[in-house]
Design a protein around this ligand. Structure first.
Ligand code: NAD
Length: 260
């Protein structure tokens, strides 16, 4: 369905981003992987996707907290694929602490990776999207882009900001064949959340299973983790012609969390 398109998925060496990148390759798009991890594993992932789907898959180790590396990454994708049609701003990190104890370097890092990186990448690709009168931008926000939880000040602020950025970019690009939407997942069982389960189990002195049901999934009415495949399918849909009229949307996939 997306043969001939090329896509950058930030933070795609793990979790949700990897699922989204794999789905794009399966749809026939050329894909730029990005993120951290073991070099040999990333190379085997890259090669595996190319072989399975007969598409170009490249990798950029750009650090999303560094604007110049983000710009270089966009240039690299353009050099390898000839253009960038789609960006998925997915890279994100978490840190949990009360506001008065929240380390300033963690605040700055989360704002840089979870919010400012999306601004820098969108800025780098918009001119060519406008010139071709086609582009798709999907920002992976969070239920925490719509609702707050205690001890996640930087994450909640960044994700609320990402939704504001999504809506603004959508307004500026609406007549240029470009859409910009945010997906707001509830909890998804990825390495980012596995760390939180372990940390909360330690803090509360309760088993991991209790943390999952009584802490993490407490507001998520469905009481099940959102699946990576569901988020990948929604991302592909947002890039399809059927979603041409969807822009400035916040698509919730949270098992009923944010109706509260
Ligand atoms: P993850 O930890 O599994 O993956 C994060 C990815 O981002 C990895 O590839 C990592 O290498 C990359 N990354 C981290 N810092 C980076 C940096 N400075 N530069 C480049 N890449 C970097 O996390 P995940 O759970 O898959 O989360 C992906 C996105 O989904 C995040 O934006 C997260 O906030 C959001 N999200 C996750 C959940 C969840 O429950 N897991 C829920 C809502 C939203």
């Amino acid at each position: 369905m997306l043969k001939g398109k090329s896509v950058i998925v930030t933070g795609s060496t793990s979790g949700i981003g990897l699922g989204i990148a794999s789905a794009f390759a399966a749809e026939g798009a050329d894909v730029l992987l990005n993120g951290f991890g073991d070099a040999a594993s990333i190379e085997s992932l890259r090669h595996g996707l190319e072989a399975a789907h007969d598409v170009k898959v490249r990798y950029s180790p750009a650090d999303m907290s560094r604007p110049e590396e983000i710009r270089d990454m966009a240039d690299y994708a353009r050099a390898e694929f000839g253009k960038v049609d789609i960006v998925v701003n997915n890279a994100g990190i978490q840190y949990v602490a009360p506001v008065e104890e929240f380390p300033e370097d963690k605040w700055n890092e989360i704002l840089a990776i979870n919010l400012s990186a999306a601004f820098h990448l969108i800025k780098a690709v918009l001119p060519e999207m406008k010139a071709r009168h086609w582009g798709r931008i999907v920002n992976i926000a969070s239920a925490h882009g719509l609702k707050a939880s205690p001890f996640k000040s930087a994450y909640v602020a960044a994700k609320h900001g990402l939704i504001g950025l999504t809506r603004t970019v959508a307004m500026e690009t609406a007549e240029h064949g470009i859409t910009c939407n945010a997906i707001c997942p509830g909890y998804v069982k990825t390495p980012l959340v596995e760390q939180q389960i372990a940390a909360q189990a330690k803090t509360h002195g309760i088993p991991a299973q209790d943390v999952i049901r009584d802490v993490l999934l407490a507001p998520q009415a469905r009481k099940e983790f959102v699946k990576i495949e569901e988020l990948a399918a929604m991302t592909i849909f947002l890039c399809s012609s059927a979603a041409a009229s969807m822009t400035a949307s916040t698509v919730t996939m949270d098992g009923g969390w944010t109706q509260h």
